[in-house]
Design a protein around this ligand. Structure first.
Ligand code: G3P
Length: 220
């Protein structure tokens, strides 16, 4: 397995929820690649996706740093782990939290549980990197869901984040996302200093998700 990550965020796309989430996870699992293919799924779909694609790495889209007890509606890390999650996104542009939330979550989860903290810009990436999550993913909010990859629209934010994160900690991996759709975008991300990508619509809105997934890893 290479250390390149391709994280597909299922969000709440209709094509990536419920039974469709299971189908998409199976499609991801079927791709022959050395890259680390990861599905970030709804908490509701976690167990079913893990059962449908047992060899696929499956993450949550969000977790709350709560313990057992009186926490109605919050997403408890231990339950996610028991249901097969091996990591989570946190502070996604569509689900922002405080730095303290991220810090508390990192304190709570086991060492081998991957946490990918999302950042809107270089400054936020630097602040999050100081907390030493496994990964920081930079995603300019205005490019999310668009047709132009961050690697073309704003390559400096990727290289700037890579440099800023490395300056803060040598152990934090760097991802980038927003508009990423092709193998060329993934290759460019690597050239700019990222070790992987975080994407959604390039797969969830594709007419042929398998072909899109194959293309994404084609140049790794
Ligand atoms: O988490 C990935 C996401 O925010 C990027 O979305 O649709 O631009 O690939 P998209």
């Amino acid at each position: 397995m290479s250390d390149h990550l391709v994280v597909v965020n299922f969000k709440t796309y209709q094509t990536a929820h419920g039974a469709s989430a299971e189908d998409l996870a199976r499609a991801m699992e079927s791709i022959e690649t050395d890259a680390r293919m990861i599905a970030a799924v709804s908490a509701f779909d976690l167990s079913a996706v893990v059962a449908a694609a047992p060899n696929l790495e499956v993450w949550c889209q969000h977790l709350d740093p709560v313990g057992f007890g009186s926490n109605t509606g919050w997403l408890h890390p231990s339950t996610a782990i028991e249901r097969g999650a091996s990591g989570t996104l946190i502070n996604h542009a569509e689900h922002k939290v405080s730095l303290e939330h991220v810090a508390m979550l990192l304190e709570q989860v086991p060492e081998d549980f991957e946490v990918c903290a999302c950042a809107a810009d270089v400054e936020e990436a630097r602040a999050l990197a100081a907390l030493e999550p496994g990964f920081v993913a930079v995603e300019p909010p205005e490019l999310i869901g668009g047709d132009v990859s961050v690697t073309s629209a704003d390559p400096e934010i990727v290289s700037g984040t890579a440099q800023a994160v490395k300056d803060v900690s040598g152990s934090v991996g760097i991802l980038c996302g927003a508009g990423v759709k092709t193998g060329a975008d993934v290759a460019k991300a690597n050239d700019l200093g990222a070790s992987g990508v975080l994407l959604a619509s390039g797969v969830t809105k594709s007419d042929d998700p398998v072909a899109s997934l194959k293309d994404l890893v084609s140049l790794l």
